[in-house]
Each structure stands twice: as C-alpha cells, then as structure tokens.
Ligand binder design. Sequence first.
Ligand code: ZN
Ligand code: ZN
Length: 81
Amino acid sequence: MTHQWDTRTGPHYQRKAKVDPVKRRCHLCMGTGMAPCRVCLGKGEVLSGRDFNGRVQFASCAGCFGKKTLRCMHCNGEGLV
Ligand SMILES: [Zn+2]
Ligand SMILES: [Zn+2]
C-alpha cells in the first residue's frame, strides 16, 4: 500500500475579521501632521518690501511664525485621519 495520507489536514486558517476603524495616514501631510505653511510656502519668511536701497526685505511669516510648517488642518496634526 503506497497510499499517502494528506498531511495538510490541519485546522483551517480562520481569518479573523478585524474591522477596527483603522486610522489611515493623512494624505495631505503624509502622516507627519505638519504641512508647509501656505502663507510663506514653507519658507518661514515673507517678502515685506524693499528698503530705500532697493534691497528686498523679508519678514518672519505671520502665518507660521517662521516655523515654516503648520499643523496639518486635515488631520489636525495627528498625521492620521
Ligand atoms: Zn509661514
Ligand atoms: Zn495631515
């Protein structure tokens, strides 16, 4: 008798249906929770004008206070939505 028993008769894998409301990474800030300041476009400073010599003057951005980034408004800074 060369009958071979199928050895793969173990318990069936049961798929545990995890239906937790998984938070997904924010697509706006890519999960960083921070978004580039829109006022200064991430530069941290804005053009404030020119002095009397014609030199460009920059001022610290009032939107991000010079930090260049702001808390992402989409995910409220969590990086997840
Ligand atoms: Zn700014
Ligand atoms: Zn975000």
